[in-house]
Write a protein that binds this ligand. Structure first.
Ligand code: PRP
Length: 224
């Protein structure tokens, strides 16, 4: 049995064509079914629906053989395990090129970010992405106090909780709706395939076949 963990919503929707390319049809619709284990047309392949931030954990501990998760989630998970993907027993064979967005720094339109950085002010930054933010500002030599939040980051500068946020930006609509402006892009994000190191050894042929099918489906999406 090959078990693939992924989250509902955009990643699930954008993974379906990749699964089709690998000859896999999902038999349940996660939007209408309450099932957390989804069967497929292949008796030896099943999907687990988990929270996006839990995907690396399921794969690390072998609850799933493979997972699909954002680069952001993966970086934060690996940082919490001391920095090395190997330490977490995770192999990252493929950038799937789906669920693309970016992680950016945003501030209130009336906050002079450039000046604060030039003056060497200590910035208060609210984010869910503490490792990414810490690394980014450390590399710039900007002193920051990081405030960990779990969602609705856009609120923090509006109520004086922080000077800036570090958050995912896709269309930019959420920032605009909350009168925030993007001042720096930290990194581009897309969904990655992750594989449990031990599972890859034990189930090498079927897992490699799946990785190759995904790679073939992804290649047209990611021209060199
Ligand atoms: C993300 C992110 C932003 C929003 C950006 O939140 O945290 O709030 O999407 O998208 P946009 O640029 O297209 O407006 P999401 O809806 O994934 O929920 P979250 O707060 O749980 O992260």
């Amino acid at each position: 049995m090959i078990t693939l963990a992924l989250s509902k919503g955009r990643i699930f929707e954008e993974t379906l064509p990749l699964l089709h390319a690998a000859g896999i049809q999902v038999l349940d619709d996660p939007e209408t079914s309450r099932k957390l284990i989804l069967e497929t047309n292949r008796a030896d392949v099943r999907l687990l629906l988990v929270r996006a931030t839990d995907v690396p954990t399921y794969v690390q501990y072998g609850g799933a053989d493979l997972g699909i998760t954002g680069r952001d989630t993966l970086i934060e998970h690996i940082a919490s395990w001391g920095g090395g993907a190997g330490a977490a027993g995770l192999i990252q064979p493929l950038d799937l090129g789906i669920s693309r967005c970016r992680i950016s720094v945003a501030v209130r339109a009336d906050f002079d970010y450039g000046r604060a950085v030039r003056q060497g002010s200590r910035l208060r930054v609210a984010t869910k992405y503490v490792a990414i933010a810490r690394e980014f500002f450390a590399a710039k030599g900007v002193h920051v106090d990081l405030i960990k939040l779990y969602g609705s980051m856009e609120l923090a500068p509006l109520v004086g909780l922080s000077d800036a946020i570090v958050d995912l930006v896709s269309t930019g609509n959420t920032l605009r709706a909350n009168h925030l402006v993007e001042v720096e892009t930290i990194m581009d994000i897309s969904a990655r395939l992750v594989v449990n190191q031990a599972a890859l050894k034990l189930k090498q042929a079927p897992i490699r076949a799946l990785i190759e099918a995904f790679a073939g489906a992804v290649a047209p999406l990611n021209p060199p």
